[in-house]
Design a protein around this ligand. Structure first.
Ligand SMILES: *Cc1c(COP(=O)(O)O)cnc(C)c1O
Length: 427
């Protein structure tokens, strides 16, 4: 044991190994040194052969300085909140890289003076949404609601139908958010029915605005009635519509999903939406509509506390101006059944009990509730789910009727080979 302790290499010697030095570049000095010391201690304790210290250190180091890892989304839920909702387009990823350095986010290069922050992202939105005179971007959809409630209805009333008192997920209730700003809620109608007259009778000098919230994660069916934005426009108070999913214009693949352009054309003064749902961009909240209303929001002191960083602005602009992001690619892709069959065949050839099956994918993340998207999957025994999750890269499958389904809906054709290797490794 005494001999063994003398043979344990010192920290500096381990640091001088080329692969360890490269890890210092990637992960920072402190993290690598801490790992070397832990591994060396194990060697001194006789739990490890001294010559193995370098290899063991490299194995114990994380892959990157961030704990977040890329995960393959084979759940068939296009916008999976636990997987960070929308994956960004290549154009948006490149824009992130550029914006990560110093950038002209708040500078006019022609004059050398300070310019409006994120002007080109805002301009992209205004150009993409007919009827939007102005736009403003905040941290997420919830922040957009909070800003609208604070700036337009603090100490006043927001008129809202009972059927639109929505809980989004993880206990987040929109009515609670609204009242936390100091606005009061004036609930009208019943859970299943509301009429234009209910709105009319609720209006008073105290009304800040009428709010329409898209029920983005449930459907009320049967004996129901709601009042569309088009009928509220004549009420002579601002109409704010939270459409949730962030479609800027109609999406033919989801004909019942509201979009910003149509909602503004119908007469909304302000539309609120998330950036990382069906728009397919980074997490942010979009506020679009009449210039006078948007400017009131932008000038409110709270706007500063909700403002987005340069990375978000860059990724948002590239999403809006650039090629179709992965989310809308997925909505229009064909050939899923053929891909599932090929993948199942390849796995069967490796002795794995895999079968191609039809599947129903969903939009998820607050979009198109109740809409089943035709998809295809590879079915495996359930025991694969955990192995795949713990693999490299981790794969999230869907457990359904005692099977582990690898749903291809959210995946690009290039991902199939990644899936095949992951399943073989999990076997
Ligand atoms: C998702 C959603 C929100 C919240 O948006 P976040 O970007 O998650 O903060 C608010 N309203 C509706 C209708 C939604 O679907």
């Amino acid at each position: 044991m005494g001999d063994q302790r003398r043979d344990v290499p010192g920290t500096d010697r381990v640091l001088a190994e080329p692969e360890v030095a490269a890890a210092v570049q990637r992960l920072g000095h402190d993290l690598v040194v801490r790992t070397i010391r832990e591994v060396a201690q194990r060697a001194r304790d006789g739990l490890l052969d001294p010559p193995a210290v370098v290899a063991e250190t490299l194995a114990a180091l994380p892959r990157s300085a961030s704990g977040l890892r890329p995960v393959v989304n084979a759940t068939g839920v296009l916008l999976h909140t636990n997987l960070g909702r929308a994956p960004l387009s290549r154009a948006a990823r490149e824009a992130l890289q550029v914006a990560a350095g110093t950038t002209d986010v708040e500078l006019d290069l022609h004059t050398g003076d300070r310019g409006p922050r994120g002007a080109s992202a805002v301009e992209a939105l205004v150009q993409a949404v007919p009827g939007a005179e102005a736009a403003h971007v905040v941290n997420n959809g919830a922040a957009a609601l909070a800003l609208a409630a604070t700036a337009l209805a603090a100490d006043r009333e927001i008129v809202l139908s009972r059927g639109e008192m929505v809980e989004i997920g993880d206990g987040f209730r929109i009515p609670d958010l609204l009242t936390s700003t100091g606005a009061r809620l004036r609930e009208i109608g019943t859970t299943n029915r509301v009429r234009l007259d209910d709105y009319r009778q609720a209006l008073s000098a105290d009304t800040g605005f009428v709010l329409k919230i898209h029920p983005s994660n449930f459907v009320i069916s049967g004996f129901t009635a709601e009042v569309p934005v088009g009928e509220l426009r004549g009420l002579d108070v601002p109409v704010v519509a939270d459409i949730g999913s962030g479609l800027l214009r109609p999406e033919p693949a989801l004909p019942d999903e509201p979009d910003a352009a149509t909602t503004l054309a119908d007469g909304a003064d302000l539309v609120i939406a998330s950036g990382d749902k069906l728009l397919g961009g980074p997490q942010c909240g979009l506020l679009m509509g009449r210039a006078e209303v948007v400017h009131r929001l932008r000038r409110h002191p709270l706007a500063r506390a909700l403002r987005v960083d340069k990375l978000t602005l860059a990724a948002l602009e590239a999403t809006v101006r650039g090629p179709r992001p992965p989310v809308s690619e997925a909505l229009h892709r064909t050939g899923l059944a053929r891909r599932a069959a090929a993948l199942a065949d390849a796995l069967a050839a490796a002795g794995i009990p895999a079968e191609a099956v039809e599947s129903e994918a969903t939009v998820g993340g607050g979009g198109a509730p109740g809409v089943a998207l035709p998809s295809a999957a590879v079915a495996l025994p359930t025991r694969f789910a955990k192995q795949l999750r713990l693999g490299e890269p981790p794969v999230m499958a869907r457990l359904e009727r005692h099977r582990c389904l690898l749903d291809l809906f959210a995946l690009e054709p290039d991902d199939d080979e990644k899936l095949r290797r992951a399943v073989v490794a999990a076997h």
